[in-house]
Design a protein around this ligand. Structure first.
Ligand SMILES: [Zn+2]
Length: 204
């Protein structure tokens, strides 16, 4: 019989998406294998404790961050365009392209009635609060090109139209069913530069 404690450690690792029980068990065995690896486990333990204690979501863009407001949101050199993304990885990908110098907002998902995810379960109320407070010259919707992404996009257009000068989307050049995260860099740069208008633009 295997160690129940080792099994418990494996169960802890298997909560991470993409790590099945077999891989989790290998990680657990590796970390407990010898003193050198146990030091790595201590480092992991320490890093987790520090992050759990200190990381928080930026109250503006919702990015996971060390401070109440992240460095991107604090940067006064950035333009007031706001790019809405599904998740952190999409923000990182777009930021790494170095073609966009505006601000971001992370929804943490898309509308999914089947899973009971509506606007209230995402960050719609926070987004509305931000748009209400500060004039936004352009709201860029960089959401997944999927059914749920398009439903989400439609609902954001309805929410944002009273507050923003124009709303654009990256749809051009991106095949249906694509995640922003998995697009190649050139496609994403093209999609970003060639973004198209959607919705009415009452203030344009
Ligand atoms: Zn921020």
């Amino acid at each position: 019989m295997f160690s129940p404690l080792l099994n418990q450690l494996a169960n802890a690792f298997s909560v991470i998406p993409g790590i099945g029980h077999k891989t989790a068990l290998r990680i657990a065995c590796y970390l407990m294998n010898n003193d050198v690896n146990k030091e790595k486990a201590q480092f992991l333990h320490h890093s987790l404790q520090v992050c759990l204690h200190q990381l928080q979501k930026c109250r503006m863009c919702q990015m996971i961050n060390d401070h109440e407001v992240c460095t991107i949101c604090q940067d006064t050199q950035r333009q007031d365009q706001l790019c809405v993304v599904d998740n952190i990885y999409d923000l990182m990908n777009i930021e790494n392209l170095q073609v966009y110098r505006g601000r971001y907002f992370i929804l943490y998902g898309c509308i999914s009635p089947i899973e009971g995810i509506g606007p209230q379960e995402l960050n719609f109320p926070i987004l509305e609060g931000i748009l209400r407070k500060k004039a936004c010259p352009e709201l860029i919707l960089a959401l997944p090109i999927s059914h749920m992404g398009l439903v989400t996009q439609k609902m954001i257009v309805e929410l944002a139209q009273p507050y923003v000068a124009q709303i654009t989307t990256l749809r051009c050049g991106i095949p249906f069913g694509s995640d922003i995260e998995h697009l190649d860099q050139n496609t994403l740069i093209y999609a970003f530069k060639e973004r198209t208008h959607i919705g009415d633009t009452p203030h344009a």
